[in-house]
Design a protein around this ligand. Sequence first.
Ligand code: GDP
Ligand code: IMO
Ligand code: MG
Length: 422
Amino acid sequence: MKCDILLGLQWGDEGKGKVVDVMTPRYDVIARFQGGPNAGHSLEFNGIKHVLHIIPSGIFHKDKTNIIGNGVVIDPCIFEEEINALVKMGLDPVSNLLISKKAHLILPTHRLLDAAQEAKKGKNKIGSTLKGIGPTYTDKTARHGLRVIDILSPDFTSRYNALVSNHKDMLKMYEFDYTEVLPKMELNFFEALNCLKKFRFIDNEYEVSEYLDNRKSVLAECAQGTLLDLEFGSYPFVTSSNTIAAGAFTGLGLAPSKVGKVIGIVKAYCTRVGSGPFPTELFDATGEQLRTQGNEFGATTGRPRRCGWLDLVALKYAIMVNGVTEIALTKADVMSNFETINICTAYKINGEITTRFPSESDAEIEPVLTPFKGWQQDISQAKTYDELPPEFKMYIQYIEKETGTKVSIVSVGPDREATIFR
Ligand code: GDP
Ligand code: IMO
Ligand code: MG
């Protein structure tokens, strides 16, 4: 069996959580491969909305196995909160959630360092979610981070103290006063480790390989989106992990030859939270309309998301970097009352037209827009592709033609049921 990979192709929040939940019945295993509690993956069924941060979005299907891969960074406190919420719903995550021994831990001081570093950057701040993501991955690559497996070691506390002592030195350098907040955070952290210890810790590279050998189907779930990738996003306004398909190789121990479909999630317009370039951003009433109608407020931080038109330059780039084989298009229902809908088909940079996504994060980009007639009707109740209005079908066909990639799923609302498979 091959492993399918599901990715966000924009700046995150494309609707990955919803689509993974809808697709879970087709798989045996759902495995998250990177990111951490910076992610907020929402899904809805039976009229209730759920938001997951660290736990894979297949968790609501009791008979499916979920894996937190080695590429994920785990904050035990947030993990415990998520588990408690699931248990309250009558679920038993201990029975179907496995955790990589190699996943790194977010310590309280990682979160404080994130805050201190962002404060120091002033107006150049990245707009981090302040969940400690950057500092935790920094320690991982510097080879002194702490991993899930370490919490079972008798010298865990001394290793923790040694690392925290480094962090305190850094916090002092940033003139960040941790003395009042840290003791309570540490108390919570050590308490929360007891929750983590209830789960089965695994060598996920073996498990994933064995699942595939035994003809079990696996879906790898990405967090964030390609344009926030550490290598290929608009550096430095990115996250600290590989959000692209390659992230599944390193974040799960998946062999490249074992990849099946690469499913890219695309919002019918664009959003971004935090700082950094956003060529099609709308600063006018239309942007506000997208934000209000699309309820574009962060699932993790509650921050208003910046909104703009669909960007085909960026989308084609994301499809190329990931080798996307099919697209799931979400949230077109949000634009149901729009008379005109624009798509960016090229960039004008220094007077020159280009269809390449620039490496310079300070490039002055003017989007070249192609207008489309809006469908101007509610599509949220549509159950089949045939029911969709011709203007929306034209929008889809244009995306397919330009990207050379089939739109195989159309999501027309946040609920599980509001999904059209083609
Ligand atoms: P993720 O991070 O990619 O999982 O996306 P988020 O959950 O952060 O943000 C997507 C938001 O849009 C959530 O509030 C979803 O409930 C909602 N959503 C997902 N798909 C659709 C859709 O097709 N239409 C509408 N209106 N909302 C959707
Ligand atoms: P999901 O999985 C949208 C953004 C932050 C910030 C930058 C770096 O829900 O799509 P970090 O905390 O990672 O150091 O922040 O990345 N960011 C996201 N934006 N969706 C996400 O996740 C994000 N995770 C991080 O806003 O600009
Ligand atoms: Mg999100």
